[in-house]
Design a protein around this ligand. Structure first.
Ligand SMILES: Nc1nc2c(ncn2[C@@H]2O[C@H](COP(=O)(O)OP(=O)(O)OP(=O)(O)O)[C@@H](O)[C@H]2O)c(=O)[nH]1
Ligand SMILES: [Mg+2]
Length: 415
């Protein structure tokens, strides 16, 4: 039995550190987010240090004077570590941790740590471990110094068997093994995707900033039972659920990992197959938190991430969520998407309107068609089934009555 008494205090007490004078115009938002991210790892934020400077110092991130200041501040506040808002270069990490004699972390390490905590499925765990190892590979020395300091906590969590491996060769070998595992998982995913394409079931990808309410929405729409919590990156593993629209058409809704500014590129790389699901969907449903003052920039981050993933020419719906909250309102519009709707996923408000937009998206480019076919023309019905969507098919005495949505190109061939 472990005899340590849990006093309810966080193991790690950290100071957030950032540089405000650079090109990042969203500095304050970024620092606020860093605080939230850090708290999500279970650490306590005891202070904040901002350096007004045009950018980081190449080898040490902070200048000499600022490092001294940080040291004193840490001593005063009893801090065990610092978290820098930018991703530190391997040299910066190593030099800073030596100069400060504190545990040194950065935004990337924090996000990786949260992902490590949230990953549950085999695929999620492989992806996270791969991202962690790639990040570690170039930083073994600095991290070794820094992370051994507390013998646990941020940066040491992970799905891997060994928490922090300091042997470069072993890390490389593990990376190769994980990449091979991921290939296998991707193969399986491709097979699933192909069967969906063959079945022609339209897929709606729910995307958006982390904590916007994506899982809550999927739950309200389909009673999916997806974890929805007031924590960042609650959902890492994609969940797909079926829903029948009023028209009788079947659609799949897919909820996946949330976006955030400066999502570490190692993560984007590792989660590519998960994120790529969006590329193969028919409709993109952006969920935005209308009660968040930073909503506009969060939508911009989503759009940029979608662009980076190669998503284009899709029917895009923006759902302004949490409209039940004070100050949010029900009159928002996103002019860059095909449709906008103001909803409350939690209270189930305006979900019918949302589904109307989804129906519009599904039927975009199709026209309604009905005809009584002679029994000898049954072959034509097969082509409707193949290229369009049959809404009604009745076998009557005088023939087969079909009501369907069909692509424009097919229309001339059927009448
Ligand atoms: N007031 C209000 N709160 C909501 C609404 N929708 C979601 N929430 C809350 O927002 C928080 C985050 O919701 P989630 O559904 O987990 O958000 P998510 O987008 O799936 O987040 P990640 O999986 O972390 O990316 C939860 O506490 C929800 O209860 C809403 O319409 N109104
Ligand atoms: Mg979620």
């Amino acid at each position: 039995m472990n005899s340590v008494i849990d006093t309810g205090e966080s193991l790690e007490k950290v100071i957030l550190a950032g540089i405000s004078g650079g090109r990042d115009t969203d500095f304050e938002v970024s620092m606020k987010e860093l605080r939230e991210l850090t708290v999500n790892t279970g650490a306590a934020v005891v202070g904040e240090m901002v350096w007004n400077h045009e950018g980081p110092v190449t080898g040490t991130y902070f200048g000499k004077g600022k490092i001294e200041e940080l040291k004193e501040m840490a001593e005063e506040l009893g801090a065990t570590g610092i978290v820098c808002d930018n991703e530190l270069t391997p040299a910066q990490l190593s030099n800073l941790s030596k100069a400060l004699d504190l545990k040194v972390m950065d935004r990337t390490l924090i996000i990786l740590d949260i992902f490590a905590d949230r990953a549950k499925t085999a695929e999620g765990r492989v992806q996270v471990e791969l991202a962690q190892l790639r990040y570690q590979l170039t930083r073994l020395k600095g991290l070794g110094n820094s992370l051994s300091r507390l013998g646990g906590g941020i940066g040491t969590r992970g799905p891997g068997e060994k928490k922090l491996e300091t042997d470069r060769r072993l890390v490389r070998e593990r990376i190769s093994a994980l990449k091979a595992d991921l290939k296998e998982i991707e193969k399986h995913r491709n097979t699933l995707r192909l069967s969906r394409i063959r079945n022609k079931i339209p897929v709606v990808s729910i995307v958006g900033y982390t904590n916007a309410g994506k899982s809550t929405l999927l739950n309200s729409l389909t009673k999916a039972g997806v974890e929805a919590e007031d924590k960042l990156f609650a959902t890492l593993d994609p969940v797909t659920r079926e829903l029948i629209l009023e028209t009788g058409q079947k659609v799949l809704f897919s909820d996946t990992v949330g976006f955030i500014r400066n999502l570490p590129h190692h993560l984007v790389e590792a989660f590519k197959s998960t994120l790529e699901e969006v590329v193969y969907s028919d409709i993109i449903l952006i969920v935005a938190d209308a009660s968040d003052p930073d909503m506009a920039s969060q939508i911009a981050v989503c759009q940029k991430t979608l662009g980076d993933l190669g998503v284009k020419d899709k029917y895009v719906i923006t759902a302004f969520n949490k409209c039940d909250k004070a100050g949010a309102g029900y009159d928002l519009k996103d002019h860059s998407s095909d449709a906008s709707v103001c909803i409350s996923a939690k209270e189930g408000k305006n979900l019918d309107l949302l589904l109307e937009k989804v129906t519009d998206g599904v039927n975009r480019g199709m026209r309604l068609f009905f005809k009584l076919f002679d029994y000898k023309d049954a072959g034509k019905i097969a082509s409707i089934r193949e290229k369009g969507r049959i809404l009604t098919e009745e076998y009557r005495d005088d023939g087969i009555f079909v009501k369907a949505l069909i692509p424009e190109a097919l229309y001339g061939k059927l009448i």
